[in-house]
Design a protein around this ligand. Sequence first.
Ligand SMILES: Nc1ncnc2c1ncn2[C@@H]1O[C@H](COP(=O)(O)OP(=O)(O)OP(=O)(O)O)[C@@H](O)[C@H]1O
Ligand SMILES: [Mg+2]
Length: 256
Amino acid sequence: MVNEETVFDVCDVSFAYEEKQPALEHVSLKVPAGESLVILGANGSGKSTLLNLLDGLYFPVRGTIAAFGKPLTEEALRDDEFNFSFRRRVGLVFQDSDVQLFSASVLDEVAFAPLQLGLAREEVNRRVEAALAALRIEKLRDRAPHRLSGGEKRRVALASLLTLQPDVWLMDEPTTGLDPRSQSWLIEFILEQRKQGRTMIVATHDLSVTEEIATSICVFSEDHQIVASGMPSDILNDHDLLHRCNLSHYHARVIK
Ligand SMILES: Nc1ncnc2c1ncn2[C@@H]1O[C@H](COP(=O)(O)OP(=O)(O)OP(=O)(O)O)[C@@H](O)[C@H]1O
Ligand SMILES: [Mg+2]
């Protein structure tokens, strides 16, 4: 039964690219508000695809997805009111920052979301400055996003969502390409958002990051199914499971 406290209800969803490249097989999961869910899985297992579906960028071939108790369909998102409220509440940090960044300058990029929300200029400026400071990218404000380094791009992408202040963050491999200080900042940031009651859904391979941020975990097998979900302590101690799902190498590194 879906209620207000359920952010996403994914029911028996399958998805294939171009109708032939399977990416999700019979995936079901419920994400309650305030959860910090980590999606674990090997390369190609379906993590990014699931996040793209949760962001309403693709739609299931079979099965259904509900967001905040309402069906998340192409048709529903054609409704301006639903679209606006969904886009305002849910933000996706893409695995590849190049997909996300499109503005001529970092400043324009970071100001885009609050301008779209129709906020007053002072509030836009306040959010932009706070986001630039939080990600320590003030000095990059006049630079072209596509000419930045990989880690800088990722920080700009994070800042551009920070100004939106979404209730639900979808993060695809957010720590990849970040230096140690930025990684620590990101973990602290996720924990802080969690404390404020926001819902975090994070796809990663990194079991040490997982240990720090997860309140629950689901695990994809390499054949695109969710084969386990539960408490971090149970999943991260299930060595057979992690090995079967091609995640154990990372775990071996954690427990050394
Ligand atoms: N645009 C696409 N066209 C065709 N097939 C795709 C496309 N994107 C992904 N796939 C395929 O869908 C499956 C799931 O891919 P997905 O990107 O969701 O995996 P992932 O778990 O995010 O992997 P990674 O850890 O490498 O990011 C893979 O078999 C992949 O080859
Ligand atoms: Mg991916």
